[in-house]
Design a binder for this molecule. Structure first.
Ligand SMILES: CC1(C)S[C@@H]2[C@H](NC(=O)CCCC[C@H](NC(=O)C[NH3+])C(=O)[O-])C(=O)N2[C@H]1C(=O)[O-]
Length: 349
């Protein structure tokens, strides 16, 4: 069934609300069967007063997890790994339990503790302590294993960045190449994603980009410009840079079956419950909207940048929305409204 027309006025209202709640900039792009809708409000740079534009690049945070999952599913299609292989079969003795499988890792059911809980317990000091640091992926796993696991392997969904750090180690081991090479060869170049890159461990965002501003824990405290950082604390869990156009192209291609086999895409959509109106597959979130439409993609929260990137079941309509702040729960919640405007239209509640 056809989707209702996007509610562009409603979309603008959501973005203006996000600005009023503290986001210096907010923008969205909808690609709807070839028709493009763009809208943006506020500043890319509070220092110069430059206006934000929907063409600006930004850090996509955990939307990176879909790209890492796509690479692993392609390796499954190539016969290099099976989803139900134990991770330790490919990375001997990495994990303390041979029962943890590749599928458990990609669906956040491994029980591996999320080391970022400790890194960012205090938001600004935590960020300042790591913003120029470079970690190895193995070191990040070590940090996780210093804490108890959250569930037995294959237990309930429990979101953890550690899982996609393990996915990054798998990709490197199975291909013998860097993550940057694999993202470029398997996703970026084939789709012509010219705004998309994996700049780790450089701290700068290549090309024209919007700055991102971290909201401190203490209320009414000055925003922290978080634009330059290595994002080495995340890497294959969150360090890709992209744009609204590129993420919409990527998600549409994925759900249209252009990036994996049909079987692989079906595996990505074997859902486990992940909160109200949400489910998680393999590196992919499903959100069930008020109008009965389900959309597929991921959210991202990296210092200074909140992203919502979702597409329809057949990839025909995609939305990417960005607010240039983070650690700001009202803004994160408000930005969920962009999905309702884009996919439910004026009937959204
Ligand atoms: C599950 C999420 C929201 S968190 C996870 C990942 N981002 C992180 O793990 C970083 C969290 C700390 C970032 C920081 N917050 C604090 O420091 C709080 N003390 C901020 O808001 O900038 C990402 O991206 N994911 C989002 C996702 O998948 O949607």
């Amino acid at each position: 069934t056809a989707l209702p027309a996007p509610d562009l006025a409603g979309l603008g209202s959501v973005l203006r609300t996000a600005r009023s709640q503290g986001a210096p900039g907010a923008l969205a792009r909808i690609d709807d069967h070839g028709t493009v809708h763009r809208t943006s409000f506020g500043l890319a740079d509070r220092g110069t007063g430059r206006a934000i534009a929907t063409t600006d690049r930004f850090r996509i945070g955990s939307v990176t997890k879909i790209m890492s999952a796509v690479v692993v599913l392609q390796l499954v299609d190539e016969g290099k790994v099976k989803l139900d292989d134990p991770v330790n079969h490919h990375l001997p003795e990495l994990l303390p339990d041979d029962r943890i499988t590749v599928r458990h890792v990609l669906s956040h059911r491994s029980g591996l503790y999320d080391y970022t809980n400790d890194l960012f317990a205090w938001t600004v000091p935590g960020f300042e302590a790591v913003r120029t640091k470079t970690f190895t992926l193995s070191r990040l796993v070590e940090l996780s294993l210093e804490r108890p696991r959250t569930t037995a392997p294959g237990g309930a969904y429990n979101y953890s960045n550690t899982n996609f750090v393990v996915a990054g180690l798998l990709i490197r081991k199975l291909t013998g190449h860097s993550l940057a090479t694999e993202y470029r060869n398997r996703i970026i170049d084939p789709l012509g994603l010219s705004d998309t890159s994996y700049p780790h461990p450089r701290t700068t965002i290549p090309g024209r980009h919007t700055r991102g501003y971290l909201t401190p824990d203490a209320p009414a405290t000055e925003l922290v410009d978080a634009t330059e950082q290595t994002v080495s604390w995340a890497q294959s869990a969150g360090a890709v840079v992209s744009s609204t156009r590129d993420l919409n192209t990527f998600l549409s291609a994925l759900l249209a079956g252009r990036l994996t086999s049909t079987a692989g895409l079906a595996q990505m959509q074997r859902w486990v419950p992940a909160g109200t109106g949400q489910a998680y597959g393999l590196g992919l979130r499903r959100r069930d909207l008020s109008c009965g439409v389900s959309v597929y993609g991921h959210t991202g929260a990296v210092q200074g940048y909140y992203t919502y990137a979702f597409t329809s079941k057949d990839g025909g309509r995609s939305l990417t929305a960005l607010a240039t702040t983070s650690n700001n729960a009202p803004v994160m919640s408000t930005m969920l409204g962009t999905l309702e405007s884009a996919f439910c239209g004026k009937g959204a509640t």
